[in-house]
Structures are given as structure tokens and as C-alpha cells.
Design a binder for this molecule. Structure first.
Ligand code: ADP
Ligand code: ZN
Length: 765
């Protein structure tokens, strides 16, 4: 398991299979991405790392990033397949920055584009997006920037890209390269086909001199070949990274009660970002309601909600107002929160591709994360009937249903198997893993109790099916076996049968689960359709005659282990300090109305909490702190850290290899002490700012602390009287501790700082 060390360097997160041919037709040199590599490379490795360091504060490249960047620099078409979190974006962000060119990114979702643009701008990178629904003046402004050559990246939706107006615009700028994100959407062999992507096949014709670079996280051989063919890539460099995500721990456990089980997992991870995937919209809603009832900050998300509510929910999750989202497959592509620590599947997804993509949303920051799936054989049947129904509505039912059922059966096999999950997933995507024990799945961690002999129970179930004439569904069979007093049982005189009450005392959910397992094992049949009944087959009779033993999976009551990686990822970190930095991040994100990840990622906060930098230079060594962010945020974080460390008697500058240099005390207090004295004397911000070298944001934090701890007579020197009254009024209706609702209630007229002063002062009363 690769872990960031405290010097801010990082070992390779993904195995890499370098360059492989796209199809039998195209073969690719494995060593060189560029045609004539000797001599005049457009940029060497140092130049690339320099750009990465300047904008993003990373000092190493991840596997295949360099090759992918070279392909773009040389304008050689490419297909880059890297797992979610593998760092695809950097591959198309770096080249135009190096060459001071403007490249175009095609991206399927508006929300995804906007988040990316926000994130890039926060790093000082010139990017913009064009999408439908934008106000005309905004469109004009972006176009003007484009023509003036001020942009490094322009994001567009596929349907907009090929309008005559847009083609004309791009031709005037002589666009150099196109990056196509989520490129699998072009293939109907993929799991997320989007008709509007098909138009991209015309891209080569419209821009014959531009190079095309396709990016995706999931693609089997067939989808890869399809992408190359559809886009008409010419002799592309095909770069396929390892599919394995070693920082994810996979668990597939039998489902007893999805809501109970989900709650248990969530309680193990208080305050962490978690996604719960369900099959239906209704399930998502009831899961969210259940979690809320139990005090979890949760909401649901699905395609049946109106766009506004969906946007709001997504925003709340991004800004950490929500910890848990219960969602259908509709939730995903647009979320860019890289600190999702756990993805729960309340039921089995319909393909391994979906599973890989959904679990891929966990741990994109490279820190350990957990993926747990609650499986019941009933899931596959539910999908079958859903797929059949939706195929019936399509133009060519056969074409739709066959690939879908094939994908489903692979997923089902994965759930039923006792093979290492990491290996099973990788080998599905055509890669074999070496390690015998991954140390990060339920099978390798030996959490699965394994199989127990269930022959006798199976015989009881099967004979009950036989006695009742093979005409009833699961619920009724369980009723009879459990000795239930239902009307139906009495009506059919099933309480007179010898199998009545044969499994009395068994938990109904456990019994249900066993029956589904029997169906899954093929020793019991279930008719298709809306009212499925259980029937016997040849194998059933073998079991009943004692000629075929049956093994059943048992649920282990508890005992999920913490992996070594999980424990190590917190090593040397004061959790209180981490939380304090997280609070500050959230506060700044609120002030600026951007998602928290735009400020800093969790990796950065953990690195910071581990190294506790005391100076700007030391801060620059923290992974994820580039030049722009240092200017923008460095001081506030340095100050927060210094005051926390002073209060908790922690040393500063403890990065591995360097000795603690100074105690926190000295540096903070000088400036802060002066500020406090001046506050006490009722001096204005301007006066204080002139006296000590601190930025307004830092001064505001000092003042807030001063107000809360020293509680002066009044706050009139810093906040207008009438504003004080308005804030207090609005605060009466806002939930405890939240500033955003107050800010919104005041129509955004009162800056966050002022709201905080009022609240801090009153809170101290
Ligand atoms: P993908 O699009 O492949 O899912 P992203 O491009 O969103 O992945 O990258 C995932 C995370 O990894 C981001 O937070 C990104 O900033 C970070 N990252 C990318 N490249 C590097 C690198 N070379 N070193 C450290 N972190 C990186
Ligand atoms: Zn394993």
C-alpha cells in the first residue's frame, strides 16, 4: 500500500502496464510515445514537473501521466485508460500550460465542468467552460478570452462542440488538441453510452490538424477498440494503467437488512463522506430517511428529483453540509469530492463496470477507503426483470438485453465467488495481479466465515416446495417453514403439512437469504415474471436424495478489521489539529461559495497536520500547496496551525527528517498580541493592518477569537449597528452553528466575516 510520506513525495499508486496495442490492427511502441524522441523534445520531465509543482504543488508524477503528457505535447493521438483517481485530468491540463496554447476538453456533464473550472482557477490556471444555459454576455466574455489566447483550457459539452458557430470559432483559434473525457460514453458496448458522444466521430474531419486524446476509467478490450475506431484515432498511443486500486478495501457480505447494515458501517465512520448506492429511487429515499432518523446528516439523490434540488444536494455534499448521500446510479460523475471514505452498495449493481466506477468514487485522494456491498441472490433477479422491462420498451429488445444480461452475470459471479476481490476485478479488465494476498479485501483478510454445510436446511426448504406443489413464492414458503399463522397458510391447509414449522425459531431474514442462495446455486428454480414461484429441478432432487451436498455462506456477525494501511494513514497526525484545519477549510469554502475540495484536499490537510509547517517555505513542501495557493491561503492555515499547536503544546515543523525547530508560541503571539491590544483599544481594521503585517483574512480571525474570548463592551468599531441587528434577527431562524443560512437570508449583502463577528461576540455572552 503506497502511502504519502511526510516529505510530500509519493510512491506509485497503480501498477502500470505501460503501452499496449489498442487492437490487433494498431501496434504501439512501448518505449517512446513521440515519433522522433531524440533531441528536440517539446518539454523534458523537469519542465513538466515544474508546471505540476507550480499549479498543483505535487512533486512527482503518477504512472503514465508523463507518457500521456508527452503524447499530447507531440500531438500524437492517444487513448489513456487510468482508474478513477489515477490523475487523468493532469494529463490534459499540463500540455497547454507548458506550451501556452489553448486546448479543448469535451466533458459530458455541466456540473463536472464547472467544478473543474473552479478548481483550476483556484490554482491560478486559466480555464473556462461553455455550455447551454449560460447567459449571453458570459458566453461572449469566454469567447473573447479564447480569441485573445488567454485560456489554457476550454471545457465544452459534446452537443455544443459541433455547432457551425462553434466550429468556426475554434477554427479561428487554430485549436491544437482535444481531450475527450469519459470517452467510453461513445461506445454502446460500454455501460454509459451517450448518443451525443457519437457526433465526436466527426471531430477529425472538422479539425484535421488537431490531435485527439481520449480518457476513460473503465474500458474492456472491446470498448477500447470501439473508442479508437469511433473517434478515428490515428496510430494512437494507447496507455493503459493498472485497474487495481490498492487503497480501496473491498467487502462483499451477505445482506440481512441493508438499512441496519449500512447504519452500522456509517457509525464506524462518523463525520466522513459516504455514498450509499441503491437500485431504485424509492430505496434511496427510504435509506436516507432511515439514516436521518438515526442522526446521520444524510440526503437522497436520484434522477427523479428536479434539477434544482439535485444541484442543491450535490452542493451540500461538496460543501460538507452532508456526510452521506443515498443514491441511485444517477449520482456520480458530477461529484468531485476526493475524500469519500466509503462507498456502500445496499444491493448488487448490474455490471462490474458499474461496480468499478461507483466504488472508484471512494478514496480518489489515494488515502485508504472502504467499499462494502450487501449482496443477496435476489438482486440478480430484480435486475433481470428490470432489464427485461426496459428492453421491451426499446427499439431492438434483443440487442439491448443480451449485452446487459452478460454484464449482469459477471457481476453475480463476482459476488458469489470466494476469490480475492482485487484479483477478480483486475482480471475482469484483462490484468492479472501478482500478490497472493492483497490484504485489502474480505477474502484475503479472512473475514468471510466461509461456507458451512447447509444440506439439511436445503432439504427442508426443497421438500416444503415439493409439498406445497411448486406453486408458491419465497414469502409463503418461508411462512410455512417458520410455522407462521397467516391466513394464506390456513386457507391452503399448509399448517397441516409435515414441513409446517420445520424451521421454527430461525430468523426470517436468514431463512430468506438461504432460499435465495439455493436459487443462486441452481439447486432451486424460480420462475421469471412478476409473481415468481419456486420450483424444483433435477439438482433439487439430487439434494433431497442426499446425493448432492449444499454449502451455504454464513454472515459473520462482526469483526471487520482495520487494515494496516488505514491505521498508517493517520500516523503522526493529531486528529484535533486535522479537524481544526478541516473547519478552517470549510469556513473559507463557505465564504467563497465554492466546494471544500477547491480549497485543499484531505491529503493536503493530513500532510499539513503531520508536518505542521511553521513558515511559508515549509508550507510549500506540503503536497497540494502550489505557489498560488500559498499566496492565497498559506497565512490563514499557518496561523490556525500555530494557534492550535500553541494551545495544545505541540511542536511545529516536525516533517520527517527535520528536527522540531521552534515551539509554536513565539511566532503567533507577537503579531496576535499586538492585534489583541489594539482591538481592546477599539482600533479599526485599517489602523491595525497598518501596524502589523497581516492580511485582512487573518486579522478577521484574530478579531473573531478576541471577541469570543475577551468579550469587549461592544463591537461597534468593526460592525455597523444596523448590521448587527439584522444578523441577530436572521440568526434566530438559522440552525445552530451554521453561517450560510444567515448569509443567504441577508441576500448575500453582509460579508461572512461580519456575520462571524456578531455571532462570536454574542455566543460569548
Ligand atoms: P481521475 O480524473 O483520473 O479520476 P483526477 O484527475 O481527478 O483523477 O485526480 C485525482 C486526484 O489525484 C486529484 O485530487 C488530483 O489533484 C490528484 N493528483 C493527480 N496527479 C497527481 C500527482 N502527480 N501527484 C499527486 N496527486 C495527484
Ligand atoms: Zn484480496
Amino acid at each position: 500500500m503506497p502511502m504519502p510520506d511526510s516529505n510530500g513525495t509519493q510512491s506509485a499508486p497503480h501498477a502500470c502496464t505501460a503501452v499496449t496495442p489498442a487492437s490487433n490492427a494498431t501496434s504501439v511502441r512501448t518505449s517512446a510515445v513521440s515519433p522522433e524522441q531524440e533531441g528536440a523534445a517539446p518539454a523534458d520531465r523537469d519542465a513538466i514537473v515544474g508546471v505540476v509543482q507550480r499549479y498543483w504543488g505535487y512533486s512527482t508524477l503518477r504512472p503514465l501521466q508523463e507518457q500521456a503528457i508527452h503524447a499530447s505535447l507531440w500531438q500524437r493521438d492517444s487513448l489513456v485508460v487510468l482508474p478513477t483517481g489515477g490523475g487523468k485530468s493532469l494529463c490534459y491540463q499540463v500540455p497547454p500550460a507548458l506550451l501556452e496554447a489553448t486546448d479543448v476538453v469535451v466533458s459530458p456533464l455541466i456540473s463536472l465542468m464547472k467544478d473543474q473550472v473552479d478548481g483550476l482557477r483556484a490554482c491560478g490556471y486559466a480555464a473556462a467552460a461553455l455550455y447551454s444555459g449560460m447567459a449571453y454576455p458570459d458566453v461572449r466574455a469566454v469567447e473573447a478570452q479564447l480569441l485573445a489566447g488567454q485560456l489554457r483550457l476550454l471545457f465544452v459539452a459534446p452537443e455544443r462542440l459541433l455547432t457551425p458557430r462553434f466550429i468556426e470559432l475554434l477554427q479561428r483559434t487554430r485549436v491544437r488538441a482535444f481531450a475527450i473525457d469519459e470517452a467510453h460514453c461513445i461506445s454502446h458496448w460500454g455501460h454509459d453510452f451517450r448518443p451525443e458522444y457519437r457526433q465526436l466521430a466527426r471531430l477529425k474531419d472538422s479539425f484535421p490538424t488537431a490531435s485527439l486524446h481520449a480518457f476513460t476509467a473503465t474500458a474492456t478490450e472491446r470498448v477500447r477498440a470501439d473508442i479508437v475506431a469511433q473517434l478515428g484515432l490515428r496510430d494512437p498511443a494507447v496507455l493503459v494503467g493498472g485497474f487495481d486500486r490498492p487503497n480501496l478495501i473491498y467487502r462483499i457480505v451477505p445482506r440481512i437488512d441493508a438499512e441496519d447494515q449500512a447504519l452500522e458501517v456509517i457509525r464506524r465512520r462518523p463525520g466522513q463522506a459516504i455514498i450509499v448506492y441503491t437500485i431504485s429511487r424509492k430505496d434511496a429515499e427510504s435509506m436516507a430517511a432511515w439514516l436521518k432518523q438515526h442522526g446521520v446528516r444524510a440526503a437522497y439523490y436520484h434522477a427523479g428529483m428536479d434539477a434544482e434540488l439535485r444541484r442543491k444536494t450535490q452542493e451540500q455534499f461538496a460543501s460538507e453540509d452532508l456526510d452521506v448521500i443515498a443514491a441511485t446510479v444517477a449520482f456520480g460523475m458530477g461529484i468531485d469530492r476526493s475524500d469519500v471514505r466509503c462507498v456502500i452498495h445496499a444491493a448488487m449493481p448490474k455490471s462490474i463496470e458499474h461496480y468499478q466506477q461507483e466504488t472508484g468514487r471512494a478514496g480518489r485522494d489515494g488515502l485508504p477507503a472502504e467499499c462494502i456491498l450487501f449482496y443477496s441472490a435476489a438482486d440478480a433477479m430484480r435486475w433481470e426483470s428490470l432489464l427485461q422491462r426496459s428492453a421491451a420498451e426499446s427499439d431492438s429488445p434483443e440487442d439491448t438485453i443480451t449485452p446487459a444480461l452478460e454484464l449482469l452475470s459477471h457481476m453475480r459471479r463476482l459476488c458469489g465467488s470466494m476469490r480475492c476481490r482485487h484479483r477478480a476485478l483486475s482480471s475482469y479488465f484483462g490484468q492479472e495481479l501478482e500478490a497472493a494476498n492483497c490484504g485489502a479485501c474480505d477474502v484475503c483478510l479472512e473475514e468471510v466465515d466461509g461456507l458451512v454445510d447447509g444440506t439439511v436446511t436445503a432439504q427442508k426448504v426443497l421438500s416444503c416446495v415439493a409439498r406445497t406443489g411448486e406453486r408458491f413464492g419465497i414469502e409463503h414458503i418461508c411462512d410455512v417453514l417458520l410455522g407462521a399463522q397467516s391466513d394464506r397458510v390456513r386457507k391452503w391447509n399448509h399448517d397441516q403439512l409435515s414441513t409446517y414449522g420445520l424451521l421454527k425459531g430461525t430468523n426470517r431474514r436468514d431463512l430468506n437469504n438461504v432460499v435465495y442462495q439455493l436459487v443462486d446455486l441452481g439447486v432451486l428454480a424460480r420462475t421469471p415474471g412478476d409473481r415468481p414461484v419456486l420450483q424444483l429441478n433435477d439438482l433439487s432432487w439430487e439434494v433431497m436424495r442426499g446425493r448432492r451436498p449444499v454449502q451455504i455462506k454464513q454472515v459473520k456477525e462482526s469483526g471487520l478489521k482495520t487494515t494496516v494501511a488505514e491505521a498508517e494513514s493517520w500516523e503522526g497526525i493529531d486528529r484535533g489539529l486535522f479537524d481544526a484545519l478541516r473547519d478552517l477549510r470549510r469556513q473559507i469554502a463557505d465564504e467563497r461559495g465554492v466546494p471544500a475540495f477547491v480549497i485543499f484536499g484531505d491529503v493536503t490537510l493530513r500532510d499539513m497536520a503531520r508536518a505542521r509547517p511553521a513558515s511559508r517555505e515549509a508550507m510549500l513542501n506540503v503536497r497540494g500547496v502550489g505557489q498560488k495557493k500559498l499566496e492565497d491561503l498559506g497565512e490563514r492555515f499557518l496561523d490556525r496551525m500555530a494557534s492550535y499547536c500553541a494551545a495544545h503544546d505541540l511542536d511545529l515543523d516536525v516533517a520527517a527528517g527535520t528536527r522540531p525547530r521552534r515551539k509554536a508560541g513565539a511566532r503567533v503571539s507577537d503579531a496576535k498580541r499586538v492585534a489583541f491590544e489594539m482591538f481592546a483599544a477599539g482600533k479599526s481594521f485599517d489602523e491595525i493592518g497598518a501596524a502589523i503585517d497581516r492580511r485582512p483574512g487573518t486579522l478577521a480571525e484574530y478579531l473573531e477569537e478576541f471577541l469570543a474570548t475577551n468579550r469587549p463592551e461592544s463591537i461597534d468599531p468593526w460592525v455597523d449597528r444596523s448590521i448587527q441587528a439584522q444578523v441577530l434577527e436572521a440568526a434566530r431562524y438559522a440552525p445552530e452553528g451554521r453561517l450560510k443560512p444567515i448569509f443567504q437570508a441577508l441576500g448575500g449583502r453582509v460579508p461572512y466575516e461580519q456575520i462571524r463577528f456578531v455571532i462570536a461576540w454574542h455566543g460569548a455572552a
